[in-house]
Design a protein around this ligand. Structure first.
Ligand code: URA
Length: 240
């Protein structure tokens, strides 16, 4: 059995239950391996061929973990920070303990909300963030002052954000202070600086899509969940 692994390790790597919670779930009969209740939490299974269910739901262990977070304001996009709350603190304990550790795939400012992906798949994250791959990111924004048609044209064709001219992007307004902007770069504070370049100011910023992934309507602000198989596939396809 090349991929033999203890059940409690399997459950914690899958991000479903901690090792101690697995022991409790085994005693409660909530876990089945190939349809049979295991006797102990340290029972071994083959991660490739055995089927594990928890309360009737299939548990799939993957080499890497992918999490969708609806980031609230007030959290920094880091795994550790001496003084500020990090997005990692928003994850349940079993996801905080996943090794290799999960990290945010790209940064959102402390006061930006919305779609954030956390993973420990360094290779995919690197591709998603590579400027060469042009992965689209769409943000809903509110600005302090009305945007004119000329401002929108300027934003769309590129503005100087301190020695760097942004690439063409798309802006659609719902009214003169609210709209959506899609960029495929990821410069530090990019949208904030772009709005400042047209003498305006971001009041609210929410990321609503990243590549082929959109912020799910049923994921409240501050909540996270594991990505589904379909979402992971769509995420991988976002870099092709
Ligand atoms: N651009 C910004 O200015 N801030 C973000 O958080 C993301 C993009």
């Amino acid at each position: 059995m090349a991929d033999s692994m203890r059940l409690d390790k399997y459950m914690s790597l899958a991000g479903v239950l901690s090792r101690s919670d697995t022991a409790r779930a085994v005693r409660a009969g909530d876990i089945l391996i190939n349809g049979v209740v295991p006797k102990r939490a340290d029972e071994r299974l083959d991660a490739d061929t055995d089927t594990v269910t928890y309360r009737g739901e299939r548990v799939v262990y993957r080499e890497f973990t992918y999490v969708l977070l609806n980031k609230p304001q007030g959290y920094v996009s880091a795994t550790e920070d001496g003084s500020q709350m990090t997005v990692l603190e928003l994850l349940p304990e079993e996801l905080q303990r996943v090794r290799p550790q999960l990290f945010p795939c790209g940064r959102l400012d402390k006061n930006t909300t919305g779609l954030m992906i956390l993973t420990n798949d360094g290779q995919l994250s690197h591709k998603l963030l590579s400027p060469k791959r042009h992965v689209d990111k769409t943000y809903r924004f509110a600005v302090k002052f009305p945007l004119s048609d000329a401002d929108v044209t300027q934003l769309e064709s590129g503005v100087d954000i301190g020695g760097y001219v942004t690439a063409p992007c798309n802006v659609t307004l719902s009214d003169d202070k609210n709209g959506e902007i899609t960029i495929h770069e990821g410069k530090y504070h990019q949208i904030k600086l772009m709005m400042e370049a047209v003498h305006n100011q971001i009041v609210e910023l929410e990321r609503i899509s990243f590549g082929k992934i959109t912020l799910p309507d049923d994921l409240p602000c501050g909540q996270c969940r594991l990505m589904s198989d379909g979402e992971i596939k769509a995420l991988c396809e976002s870099v092709n």
